[in-house]
Design a protein around this ligand. Structure first.
Ligand SMILES: Cc1ncc(C[n+]2csc(CCOP(=O)(O)OP(=O)(O)O)c2C)c(N)n1
Ligand SMILES: [Mg+2]
Length: 690
């Protein structure tokens, strides 16, 4: 079939997208029909006329990306994936013959097991580029994809081999534009001159509570001009020629990201619901479904109808363009492999999240040192040692690199900027939420990202950290200044509840290493992690480097918790558990108890998550169930420690905010001294004997 635009045929295809959404939402009796109805022509035009995406291979590395930042409008994406017959891909990156989204999935929209959940979920449905729903986060994620695209192009493209030149598109609504994270990301995207990035703004001027006049009256287009974007306006979302021109303009733009403002009507075509907030998040209702179908010239009783020729139309549009582009790329890649075998090998590894041979060859071993080294500093050494061997490990800080020590300092590491795309040090600016979302986007594009900030500000990034866990992508979130150990900066900068709140999040490993060698082991775990993000929690202050000939090897970190020291055979009299900066303190207390003849044990517990994954047998050897006297020491909220110390055990932790004072004084004030820990251990032993 001819792929050229033909208003009648295109309108049937567009109305198929709309009516599938209407029917699925009516059947589910929940969902958001308004935006699929309003924006169907825009997304259709993008896919049919511009997107270089092959439904036969939705993970082809140089595909254009489409991110539905208005995640509530998921039916728009499900209709597109179904109608263009995108193929499913399994976790081994194999393309399966079956469709990613069947008509049956659409009929069971929002039901358990359907490939069409309420919001787009990466890894659950093939063709979804990013999990979206938390507004603003999808557009920020798209910036990470665009950054990764330019970095990959610079590193891997060679004369005659444009291996990477993909574009990134995101669709956003009023809600995304109101969220702060979108502003953070838009500002950085313009600074970085990401001309491979286009955001399409669905300006329907309606949100849940009503018309945007109630809360959002700024000039959004002017804002984006201010950031430095190329701003284009489409006056009518149904004008497919105007949309086509705007997207062509975006592709021709070589210096700036493009912002396409599309004036649209939420619930377009529904006689009673168009332009109303009710169209946003309610099914139309049986009568209005019929009235709307009549308005579209659609058979009013037909449900889940895909008229003859519609699949073929998608196949002739996005299907044919995508196939041609991918096949040309495959042919090019075969010659590239001959001409540049090492680069091609790297690329294949990146795609499979594999590491280069010898990546860990330079990880240092730290000699015992009672004065020690801050874990942020040992981490800096380890990170640099690894990054020298893993070219696609890149990242930065939210303007805190001199404090978080995450800068790559070796020759050639460079700074990533518009005029140097090879740089591996990113400057995220003071934008924590966007830093995490951008890192997610980079990870979805398969480079290995890290970003860093103070642990206290992890709250600012939490929404995007959570999405990295939900998507099961190996983003490295690095947080330093991990406790009251920060000292003089005081309670605004001293995290208390943050560690526990990160541990409360499923799907992310929180690691708080106790000394430099545990830091090295933490990085070994991090780098091997293919499908799980990590929060690495580091200290500002020096931590003694333990003598590992005297205490157990740091490799115990990989099991989450391990017996660091034990004063004798058999069950101990008391178990002291410490994490991070408190391991040294607990070891001091242990030595005192031992010199008093107590059979004490020290357990270093850098990661609850890794420990909980161990077989019960191992866990019971570390924390024998029969040994009740237990003390956990951590400069943070105590909530949750009962699971390891039991209801009778003791926890030395924080019950209030911290204070501004030198660290030593804070340690005394809040009870983090060897004397206090010894005292509590003795109370524990007494109490359990009674
Ligand atoms: C961070 C965040 N806050 C709140 C919500 C709940 N929410 C979902 S959609 C929506 C309104 C979105 O309005 P708009 O982006 O204009 O979408 P439209 O109604 O035009 O489809 C809200 C508040 C959310 N998904 N994410
Ligand atoms: Mg809106």
């Amino acid at each position: 079939m001819d792929a050229s635009f033909d208003t009648a045929h295109d309108l049937v295809a567009i109305n198929t997208i709309r009516t599938l959404a209407i029917d699925a939402i009516q059947r589910a009796n929940s969902g958001h029909p308004g935006t699929p109805m309003g924006m169907a022509p825009v997304v259709y035009t993008l896919w049919q006329r511009h997107l270089r995406f092959d439904p036969e291979d939705p993970i082809w590395p140089n595909r254009d990306r489409f991110v539905l930042s208005s995640g509530h409008a998921s039916m728009l994406l499900w209709s597109m994936l179904h109608l263009s017959r995108v193929k499913a891909v399994n976790p081994a990156y194999e393309v399966l013959g079956e469709p990613a989204v069947t008509l049956r999935d659409i009929e069971t929209f929002r039901q358990l097991g359907s490939k069409c959940p309420g919001h787009p979920e990466y890894r659950w449905t093939s063709g979804v580029e990013a999990t979206t729903g938390p507004l603003g986060t999808g557009v920020a994620t798209s910036v990470g994809m665009a950054i990764a695209g330019t970095w990959l192009a610079e590193r891997y493209n060679r004369e005659g081999f444009p291996i990477f030149d993909f574009d990134v598109y995101a669709l956003a609504g009023d809600g995304c534009m109101m969220e702060g994270i979108a502003s953070e990301a838009a500002s950085l995207a313009a600074h970085q001159r990401l001309s491979n990035l286009t955001w399409i703004y669905d300006s329907n001027r309606v949100t849940i509570e009503g018309h945007t006049d109630i809360a959002f009256t700024e000039d959004v287009a002017a804002r984006f001009v201010g950031y430095g974007w190329n701003v284009v306006t489409v006056a009518d979302a149904n004008d497919t020629d105007a949309i086509d021109r705007a997207l062509a303009d975006a592709r021709a733009e070589g210096e700036r990201p493009t912002f396409v403002v599309v004036h649209s009507h939420i619930g377009y075509g529904s006689p009673a619901r168009e332009d109303t907030p009710a169209a946003h998040g309610e099914p139309l209702g049986p009568d209005e479904v019929k009235a709307t179908k009549r308005a579209y010239g659609w058979p009013e009783d037909a449900q889940f109808l895909v008229p003859d020729g519609v699949y073929e139309r998608f196949a002739a549009g996005v299907g044919a363009r995508g196939k041609a582009a991918r096949e040309a790329w495959m042919t090019m890649f075969a010659s590239y492999r001959e001409a540049h075998p090492e680069l091609a090998d790297e690329l294949m590894r990146i795609q499979r999240r594999e590491l280069p041979d010898g990546w860990d060859g330079e990880i240092p071993e730290f000699p015992a040192d009672p004065k020690g080294i801050a874990s942020r500093d040992s981490s800096a050494q380890v990170l640099n040692a690894i990054a020298r061997h893993v070219p696609w490990l890149l990242g930065g800080a939210a303007d805190l690199a001199p404090s978080t020590k995450t800068r790559l300092t070796f020759d050639g590491a460079g700074d990533f900027q518009a005029d140097d795309r090879t740089g591996r040090n990113l400057h995220f600016g003071i934008r924590e939420h966007a830093s995490a979302a951008i890192s997610n986007g980079m990870s979805l594009t398969k480079v290995r990202p890290y970003w860093s900030g103070f642990l206290i500000f992890s709250d600012f990034a939490r929404g995007a950290i959570r999405l990295s866990a939900l998507m099961e992508i190996p983003v490295i979130h690095i947080f330093t200044h991990d406790s009251i150990g920060v000292g003089e900066d005081g309670p605004t900068h001293q995290p208390v509840e943050h560690l526990m709140s990160l541990r409360a999040m499923p799907g992310i490993a929180v690691i708080r290493p106790g000394d430099a060698n545990e830091v090295a082991e933490a990085w070994r775990f991090i780098m091997r992690s293919e499908h799980e993000p990590v929060a690495l929690i580091l200290s500002r202050q020096a931590l003694p480097t333990l003598d590992r000939s005297r205490y157990a090897p740091a490799a115990g970190l990989l099991r989450g918790a391990y017996v660091l020291a034990d004063a004798g055979d058999g069950d101990p009299d008391v178990i002291l558990i410490g994490t991070g900066s408190e391991v040294g303190l607990v070891v001091d207390a242990y030595e005192r108890l031992v010199s008093n003849g107590v059979h004490a044990r020290v357990v270093s517990m850098p990661s609850w998550e890794l420990f909980d994954r161990q077989p019960r047998e191992y866990r019971d050897t570390v924390l024998p169930p029969s040994v009740l006297p237990r003390v956990a020491v951590e400069q943070a909220t105590t909530l949750g420690w009962e699971r390891y110390v039991g209801s009778a055990g003791a926890v030395v932790g924080m019950h209030t905010f911290g204070a501004s004072a030198p660290l030593k004084e804070l340690q005394t004030k809040f009870g983090f001294t060897p004397d206090r820990v010894v005292e509590i251990a003795q109370e524990q032993m007494k109490a359990q004997m009674r």
